[in-house]
Design a protein around this ligand. Structure first.
Ligand code: HEM
Length: 535
């Protein structure tokens, strides 16, 4: 029935090293010294000052004083679970990625779901994008698929990410609003960045208020590459499809739940797994060649665009089951470190300029969030594949590397690992002949055709939800010019949408925002696949 416990999985075994059970054990200090009295400090007389020598009190207070670490700069609020990925077949003709090597092969995973904007203690059911980050502990190292529940993104280039996040986070002078995008700075940025148009449609749709983490799709967003044993490459988009279907809240429910149970999604995931209702997703690949990509009317390196399923159908390759809650929220959910740079043989990047920036940012932020360069040794982050290299030392190093030699080349041998050549990771040898420059490819300038496609894929009721969401969000904006600019963007998407939002805000319908390109905007046929309704 699919309810197979991963308790005996390699990652569970690896975590056994650090699991402790303090039940009925004598209380000790961190040095293992038994503690006789954990209730009162050592004083000069019962009413006298506390003595400096009370090492037991001082150790207890000192440790407590340092219990908090910085929260993630984005995606601070999250919940996670363990499980496994099971391949439906041998997909080695497409990719040599270890998890897809044979039918029935299981790879342990740890998955963290999150909101983006809110702080660590913010409510679960706010309108926001949701993170969907999967760490595969594969035989060939950790592969992190760090995705979202929406298949496109706000911006096209990593250069703009800090600006986007500064705009969406609470305003820096007063810290308002917590965990919501309904404020001037977010809409100011969005209205001056028309590339956000497609994402804004998803963001104001029901997709941004999921009913449960268990009923969310997940998307790798960027175009990646798959590489097979012969070194042949295809482009690929990754999709997670929840077997329970994709379901959202309605706005009034979301608002009430925010107040009544801010932990709604966290509780739901925890309780489902505790009761044996293990959430499941299928992994689907959208595969296309570089030659096919050339023919698309949009650029596959542009993360504000999806690939309609008419152009590249979904190929289901396996199933993920989450069947075990973490033992310790801090040690696992908080300390897990996902990174788009964590790929394995068979997977490679594309030149998507947003993805390229992400490859840098994750480990960089984790060096300050988790302290130093050795957080890969934390049990939740350590691969089950063996680690051998010449990296040494650093704060809180755990490994006791032995031998004299920690460099290459060497003639002394003894303890030095060797590079694996063909057997190891090799980047796809893409030929590049280009001038060094900034700027964007021409097709990146089409900001509206997929936004229109999304609008048309929605039912009347869903379109009304989008209108209401724009009215609510923009209704909190205090600068009229920002409201007008957003509605002028909407006028490029659909006249009813623009006029209904203008009416809701009590403003006149403005002229459509000038397009960023003179090129005619391609128009796709309405696509049932776009709304991914086959679930
Ligand atoms: C978390 C940067 C775009 C998904 C983070 C973190 C940073 C970051 C610094 C915090 C990581 C940590 O403290 O462990 C960036 C940059 C981006 C970008 C620079 C663009 C240039 C995206 C996109 C997606 C995404 C497009 C989705 C496809 C996530 C997720 C997390 C995250 C899911 C949370 C991971 C977890 O649960 O620990 N991002 N991000 N990010 N990001 Fe991004």
């Amino acid at each position: 029935d699919g309810k197979v416990s991963s308790g005996a999985s390699p990652i569970a075994g690896a975590l056994d090293r650090v699991r402790t059970d303090d039940t009925d054990q004598p209380l000790t200090t961190n040095q293992g010294t038994p503690v006789a009295d954990n209730q009162s400090s050592l004083k000069a007389g019962l009413r006298g000052p506390t003595l400096m020598e009370d090492f037991i009190l001082r150790e207890k207070l000192t440790h407590f004083d340092h219990e908090r670490i910085p929260e993630r700069v984005v995606h601070a609020r999250g919940s996670a679970a363990h499980g496994y990925f099971e391949s439906y077949g041998d997909f080695s003709s497409l990719t040599r990625a270890a998890p897809l090597a044979s039918a029935g092969k299981r790879t342990p995973v740890f998955v963290r779901f999150s909101t983006v904007a809110g702080e660590r203690g913010s409510a679960d059911t706010v309108r926001d994008v949701r993170g969907f980050a999967v760490k595969f502990y594969t035989d060939e190292g950790n592969w992190d698929l760090v995705g979202n529940n929406i298949p496109v993104f706000f911006i096209q280039d990593a250069m703009k990410f800090p600006d986007l996040i500064h705009a969406v986070k609470p305003e820096p002078n007063n810290g308002i609003p917590q965990a919501a995008s309904a404020h001037d700075t977010f809409w100011d940025f969005a209205s001056l960045s028309p590339e956000t148009a497609h994402m804004l449609m998803w963001h104001t749709s029901d997709r941004a208020i999921p009913r449960s983490y268990r009923t969310m799709q997940g998307f790798g967003v960027h175009t990646f590459r798959l590489i097979n044993q012969d070194g042949e490459a295809v482009f690929c988009k990754f999709h997670w499809q929840p077997l329970a279907g994709t379901h959202s809240l309605v706005w009034d429910e979301a608002l009430r739940i925010c107040g009544a149970d801010p932990d709604y999604h966290r509780r739901d995931l925890w309780e489902a797994i505790e009761s044996g209702e293990y959430p499941e997703w299928e992994l689907a690949l959208q595969v296309f060649t570089a030659e096919e990509a050339e023919q698309f009317e949009f650029d596959v390196l542009d993360p504000t665009k999806l690939v309609p399923e008419e152009l590249a159908p979904l190929q289901i390759v396996g199933k993920m089951v989450l069947d075990r809650n973490p033992d310790n929220f801090f040690a696992e959910t908080e300390q897990v470190a996902f990174c788009t740079a964590h790929i394995i043989p068979g997977i490679d990047f594309s030149n998507d300029p947003l993805l390229q920036g992400r490859i840098h940012s994750y480990v960089d932020t984790q060096i300050s969030r988790l302290g130093g360069a050795n957080f890969h040794e934390l049990p939740i982050n350590a691969p089950i594949a063996p680690v051998h290299n010449n990296q040494r030392d650093g704060i809180h190093r755990q490994a006791l590397n032995r031998g004299r030699v920690a460099y290459e080349p060497n003639s002394l041998g003894g303890g030095c690992p060797f590079q694996t050549g063909q057997a190891g990771f090799a980047s796809f040898p893409e030929a590049i002949h280009a001038d060094k420059m900034r700027g964007k490819p021409e097709k990146f300038a089409d900001h509206y055709s997929q936004a229109r496609l999304f609008w048309r894929s929605q039912t009347d009721a869903e379109q009304n939800h989008i209108i209401n969401a724009f009215c609510f969000e923009l209704g909190h904006v205090q600068t009229p010019a920002i409201q007008t600019r957003v509605v002028s963007m909407l006028a490029n998407i659909n006249p009813r949408l623009a006029s209904a939002v203008a009416q809701g805000l009590g403003i006149a319908v403005p002229e459509p925002m000038p397009l960023a390109t003179d090129a005619p905007i391609p128009d796709f046929a309405p696509s049932p696949a776009l709304s991914l309704r086959h679930l």
